[in-house]
Unconditional design. Structure first.
Length: 541
């Protein structure tokens, strides 16, 4: 067999069912081998989107997603999505075609050193130098992508190596279960001693809890501890928003009401938290002592003064801690949490253009507890993070590591492939959607009934928010839009406009009964951004 066929054998051994990508001249041998396998190849309209899809596929399936590009511009296009996977800790194996080895020593058409280009944005980046090492290289790439903390790995596959003959009798290496460090010393750890000395501990819940399957163990721990819990945007759903210990989400451009809870604390217990989710300087300006409980050692940061840490399997660690953790319930913090809840639960006008709070409420009701919302990046992300109420993980997805515009639509497509029975919605700004909306055609081609709601205001709204706060003006952020409804129709999707085709509630109801993709054009009133900033600035003043 040739090396490309051996490569596909190895992918099948890793449990690969889907590959997302764009064909190219340098990977046609590999594409031919894939076409003869049981793997489904999803042809996308842009390599960045292929990487976003593979990233969400990997996050939701629990095994590395796979994406493919050619060399040169295809490979550089894919890098944004791969950087996002690494920083958001989603397991992905990125495969790039490459020119033949005999022309790699000199300037050559479309060719750069892809191994070196991908190295800073991946956990590992390797070129397949020989067909005989494919089993080892593929197994290593998948193992590294899936190991804590997950991320992307990269394989460069030169076209002449792909065509070369290999020994068909060489065994394919199989997947093996990961080994986790067991925290046998939990009961004697400094973590328990620090908690015993604290009077006002606060827990920060990060994405790692959900990723590690530690939600139940986490809830047992915090209920025994009795301390307030704040979630990062990526940690939403770790504890129900209605739970008596829930202090809601941090991550606004401004310090929110629940920041006061952190400010009053004498110990912050960060569980499954990664520094990329939200810089510690945003939530720990007082440098309150931190306990770090995670699968990996903490980053060094002056606003993250770790006084003790536990590294290992989060379910095991939290289960053992719960057996001995002292109750540290304290009062007074609820008033700041309740002020935030009042705003979240308030009723807002349904006049057009809609307040962002009103849109969030409608999305919450339309998707239900079993629905999945994928937020792109923009001002709407802040409102969803603050106001959307979750009861469990995997209801609201926000990329707050790399935070790349264009994340939402591709992620929704991948999710619908895995969960065809669930309501899947992409929430995007008009700025983000026009960056990579071409893969709406992919959703149409695959007949995926996803809903895309565009929060339309004709500006880069999040940047305008920051500009207005900093300088009182906002240059260079305005743009014009095409007719989004007609654009959807041109792609073969159903297009609806709030107002013209009924209320947002009516449009959502129609959209979720459709048998294909639906785009909803929804005008939004982002004057609410600065109103919120003003309220937070004057709170308690």
């Amino acid at each position: 067999m040739n090396a490309a066929e051996r490569f596909v054998q190895c992918l099948e051994a890793e449990g690969v069912t889907h590959i997302f990508g764009v064909p190219g001249e340098e990977n046609i041998t590999l594409l031919e081998a894939i076409s003869k396998s049981d793997i489904t190849f999803i042809t996308t309209r842009h390599e960045t989107n292929a990487a976003f899809m593979a990233s969400m596929f990997g996050r939701l399936s629990g095994r590395p997603g796979v994406c493919l590009s050619t060399l040169g511009p295809g490979a550089t296009n894919m890098m944004t999505g791969i950087a996002s996977a690494t920083m958001d800790h989603s397991p992905v194996v990125a495969i790039t075609g490459q020119g033949a080895t005999w022309r790699q020593h000199k300037a050559s058409h479309q060719m750069f050193d892809l191994v070196e280009m991908y190295r800073p944005i991946t956990k590992s980046s390797t070129s397949i130098a020989s067909g005989e090492i494919i089993s080892e290289v593929v197994r290593q790439a998948f193992a590294q992508a899936a190991s804590e903390k997950p991320g992307a790995t990269h394989l460069s596959f030169p076209e002449d190596i792909a065509k070369s003959d290999v020994d068909a009798k060489t065994p394919v290496l199989r997947d093996s279960a990961p080994t986790f460090l067991h925290p046998t010393s939990v009961k004697d750890s400094a973590v328990l001693r620090q908690i015993e000395q604290a009077t006002k501990p606060v827990v920060i819940a990060g994405f790692g809890i959900n990723r590690s399957g530690a939600t139940d163990a986490f809830r047992l721990f915090v209920e025994r501890l009795g301390a307030p819990v704040v979630e990062t945007m990526m940690g939403k759903g770790t504890i129900s928003s209605s739970h008596q210990l829930a202090a809601h989400t941090i991550g606004l451009p401004n310090a929110d009401y629940n920041q006061r809870i952190l400010d009053q604390s004498d110990l912050i217990i960060a569980i499954g938290y990664d520094i990329t989710e939200l810089p510690p300087s945003k939530w720990n300006p007082n440098r309150t002592p931190v306990l770090h409980i995670d699968t990996n050692q903490h980053e060094i940061d002056q606003f993250y003064p770790v006084v003790a840490n536990l590294i290992g399997s989060l379910p095991d660690t939290l289960q053992l801690l719960s057996e001995d953790v002292p109750n540290r319930a304290w009062t007074g913090w609820q008033q700041d949490r309740d002020r935030l809840r009042q705003e979240i639960q308030a009723t807002y006008s349904m006049a057009l253009p809609l307040h962002p709070q009103s849109i969030v409420r409608e999305l919450e009701q339309a998707t239900g507890e079993d629905g999945m919302i994928f937020s792109d990046v923009g001002a709407h992300k802040v409102w969803l993070g603050r106001h959307f109420q979750t009861t469990r993980p995997n209801q609201l997805f926000i990329s707050n590591g790399f935070s790349s515009m264009g994340y939402g639509l591709s992620s929704a497509i991948a999710a619908k492939l895995l969960y065809p029975e669930r309501r899947v919605l992409c929430a995007s700004g008009d700025g983000a959607f026009l960056m990579n909306g071409q893969d709406l055609e992919t959703a149409v081609r695959l007949k995926l009934p996803i809903v895309v709601i565009i929060w339309r205001d004709g500006t880069y709204g999040l940047i305008e928010w920051k500009q207005q706060q900093a300088y009182g003006r906002a240059p260079y952020i305005e743009f014009d839009n095409p007719d989004l409804v007609q654009l959807a129709v041109a792609f073969g999707a159903l297009g609806l406009r709030v107002g013209e085709h009924g209320t947002l509630s009516a449009c959502l109801e129609q959209a979720f009964t459709s048998d294909g993709p639906v785009l909803i054009d929804c005008p939004v009133d982002y004057r609410e951004n600065l109103k919120l900033s003003d309220r937070l600035r004057t709170y308690g003043g």
